[in-house]
Write a new protein. Structure first.
Length: 70
């Protein structure tokens, strides 16, 4: 018996809209890994802020990947 392959169920969900409450989490993510210089973190946060305040008019798309409410 053959059928269409099934996709595994992912523990992740994707949000296409971020909120002001996400800002601290985004900053923590950028700063915790040791991968970014301070000026790069500042630029990343400015992109986030622009998207947060201007929405689709910012021309930016920011996706949030959630896992079990995180």
């Amino acid at each position: 018996m053959t059928g269409a392959p099934t996709s595994p169920v992912s523990p992740f969900s994707v949000r296409t809209h971020v909120t002001a409450e996400d800002r601290g989490l985004i900053f923590d993510l950028l700063s915790s890994g040791g991968f970014f210089y301070p000026h790069e973190m500042a630029h990343g946060m400015s992109l986030y802020d622009e998207h947060l305040f201007r929405g689709e008019n910012s021309g930016k798309l920011i996706l949030a990947l959630n896992r079990g409410g995180e």
